[in-house]
Design a binder for this molecule. Sequence first.
Ligand SMILES: [Mn+2]
Length: 400
Amino acid sequence: MFTGKFEAPGKVNTSLFQSRRLRHHPDFRNSEGWKAVHKEKDIPYEKYPQEVREALENGLPGASSIEDKTIPTFSRGELPHFAGINTFLKAPFIENIRDVAKYDAAVLGVPFDGGTTYRPGTRFGPQGMRRISALYTPYNFEMGVDLREQMTMCDAGDVFTIPANIEKTFDQVSNAVGYVASTGAMPVIMGGDHSIGFPTIRGIASLTSKKIGIIHFDRHADISEKDLDERMHATPYYYATNLENVPATNLVQIGIGGWQVPRGAIKNARERQTNILSIGDVERLGTDKVVEMALEAAWKDADAVYMSFDIDSIDCGFVPGTGWPEPGGLLPREALSMVGKIAAEGLCGIEVVEVSPPYDVSDITSLMGTRIIVDALGAMVMNGTMGKHKSVFDKEFKPI
Ligand SMILES: [Mn+2]
């Protein structure tokens, strides 16, 4: 902190200090920082003390030399961030999947990279995101939300995927996501490559007769009919928009562009009239306008919206750990801003795909994936839209 007492060597230019003295003290009251500092006091503070009490009971009181009497002998709960068993955000792991019904949201991993056509490794995506999510507290400063205090979340573990069989894996994924959603818990899915974008929405769409829109962040259109003769990670939106209640005209694809988009996919996008917004559109229109357009198209005559976030929609300089890096993508700030505003309106599910830890550097790609999830959850909590989608489900869960 500058105290105004240091003496710089040599000649000091005092004109800057003098000009400051002439002005009034700047007013910070309209700054986000000032507002956030004051908002924090209104967030409930009940579950954390309860967690500390449980930690002491389960983990034994700490050594007598430790002055902070909230510290147990065995690490239980959030602290220290480098310790413990890594569930997502240290949320409770539920051994019995039926217990998901008790939570607002359930995080589940889909460790699968059988749909990958260049770099593999996304089977380690859920582990990568869980590990680095330990870095986070459940509180977000600017939003003024505390996920631990204001919602309930569990880690449901991973779907049992079949590494060499895409179709069997798709069935497992649809059943897992459909089951979780049918209990009322919002599925939060950590991929996995983007091939899972079809079975995830199939699982949710099977629970309702109503229409579902999709907001899809990506550098790639992912709407090819086949890739290397199979339904791979370039094909999810071809099959998703074949579903009766998932119209292509309610699919919004943000960030598409570059040299990795197959022409056949674009023909399909054109024929099906999906809504594509390029990085240039984001730059030219700005994130607020893009969000406004995306929400309008995705929600048009739809009853719920699902968000699929391919981490490669962000410039690969920020997310090197991914399967098909394409430079020129979104800036992290642009991505987070749009995700927050889209989630604020309510979502029936979230997925983050294409995080490939073997190609990552310092966990930054996993960290970005984690951040997309927590920002979406935070925005929903802040706007009171968590759980809003539940009324859309009017059909029973029927496993494939
Ligand atoms: Mn992609």
